[in-house]
Ligand binder design. Structure first.
Ligand SMILES: [Zn+2]
Length: 396
């Protein structure tokens, strides 16, 4: 045996008796050394061999494309109490057709961003084997921190379109993933979290989904509920964009193409446009605004909203928000008036977003991760497996 193969075939306990090398497979005959065993029935010590069970073929870590197979005859010991028992071997698990170290390797591999299929390919086993081993892993709900972000993503998992995901923004880790965002189901999820953990939560960040808010009031009574800032800002940019699209339809074809390209100019902050060193950007913006007084008003309202966003604290945000309300009220723009109606219902929670720097963009970082995982596509229709793989990855 060369030094090289000695290393490769070194086991903690098993002795290699014989090595046969074939083109695509190496077969090792192995056995456990005879040693004293403690009888599991009476706890006496014995070294008396009773018999050997038939040979078992056990897969071990392959060497590149070359499979490794162990041939092992389990030995049984006899005890003076009259009972027989199987020798115990750390490296071979009863019933498994793989060595423990091979199983450990597969479990380590599933922490990566590789699909089950490619892990299976690399290790010369079937995807079903990899999945079966992986399915032994179960991540229960993770610990929640002082800040809970809840968001949903379109996962189409377990026959449901949207899945709710809870993220701890301080660690950027998913603490739980749930198959839908229905109140009664989330109720069951939240009630599993120990009371002392729930009472530690300072901020609960969500979108304008009443179920989230009601659940938060009930389960996280000490938390300030926050409507996420990206979420509510989208209402404003959507109103602006609806008006842009409407005006765009009324102008000639040349201008229409022009306006489409100017979407970013109209939806962005004015200071940013002014900072662009190109005369073109500014001219383009003012030309467009000149097209329609309605568009100009909408633009002013949107810019007034950005003042709210840029506020230093809750108090300043409140002042700017009321200023925005007034401007909208005198504008006669339905699109913005309906935004204000919505905002008034959630005003407290919107203003609460000025209490912390944390936003659901942390959850959105997780969303990107989820998208990556979906693209890899490892049996993602199974929510439990999907969640476990993500949590396994996060815990690497
Ligand atoms: Zn015994």
């Amino acid at each position: 045996m060369s030094n090289y193969s000695r290393k490769m075939f070194r086991f903690k306990e098993l002795n290699v008796k014989e090595i046969k090398n074939y083109e695509m497979e190496t077969i090792l005959k192995v056995e456990m050394p005879v040693k004293k065993h403690i009888c599991p029935w009476c706890s006496k010590t014995t070294q008396m061999i009773h018999d050997y069970l038939p040979e078992r073929k056990i897969k071990d870590i392959p060497f590149g494309k070359i499979k490794t197979t162990l041939i092992y005859k389990p030995r049984r010991y006899h005890c003076t109490c009259g009972k027989n028992f199987l020798e115990n071997c750390e490296e071979i698990i009863p019933r498994y057709k793989m060595t423990k170290r091979f199983i450990d390797l597969i479990i380590e591999e599933t922490r990566s961003l590789k699909s089950f299929k490619s892990i299976a390919n690399d290790l010369g086993v079937s995807p079903t084997t990899v999945i079966r081993i992986f399915d032994n892993i179960e991540y229960e709900q993770g610990n929640i921190g002082e800040i809970v972000c809840i968001d949903e993503f379109k996962g189409n998992l377990g026959g449901q379109k949207y899945q709710a995901v809870m993220v701890d923004p301080q660690t950027s880790k998913i603490t739980n993933m749930h198959r839908n965002r229905y109140k009664w189901e989330l109720n069951n999820v939240f009630k599993e979290i120990p009371k002392q953990e729930r009472y530690k939560v300072k901020f609960f960040i969500c979108d304008m989904w009443d179920s989230y808010i009601e659940l938060a009031q009930h389960f996280f009574p000490k938390a300030e509920i926050i409507v996420d800032r990206f979420h509510y800002t989208r209402y404003v940019t959507k109103a602006m964009n609806d008006i842009r699209v409407e005006i765009q339809k009324t102008v000639g074809k040349d201008l229409r193409v022009h306006m489409k390209h100017s979407r970013a100019l109209l939806l962005g902050r004015n200071e940013k446009v002014l900072k662009i060193d190109k005369y073109d950007a500014r001219t383009q913006l003012y030309e467009m605004l000149n097209l329609s007084p309605k568009l100009t008003t909408a633009y002013q309202l949107e810019q007034a909203w950005y003042k709210v966003n840029d506020s230093k604290d809750r108090m300043e945000a409140k002042i700017n928000m009321y200023r925005f309300y007034d401007l909208v009220a005198s504008s006669n723009l339905k699109e913005f008036q309906s935004v204000v109606e919505t905002f008034k219902n959630y005003e407290k929670y919107i203003l609460n977003s000025f209490l912390t720097k944390y936003t659901n963009s942390y959850a959105e970082g997780v969303n990107t991760l989820i998208k990556t995982f979906k693209r890899i596509g490892f049996g993602y229709r199974n929510l439990r497996r999907f969640r476990n793989r993500i949590m396994h990855y996060q815990n690497a």
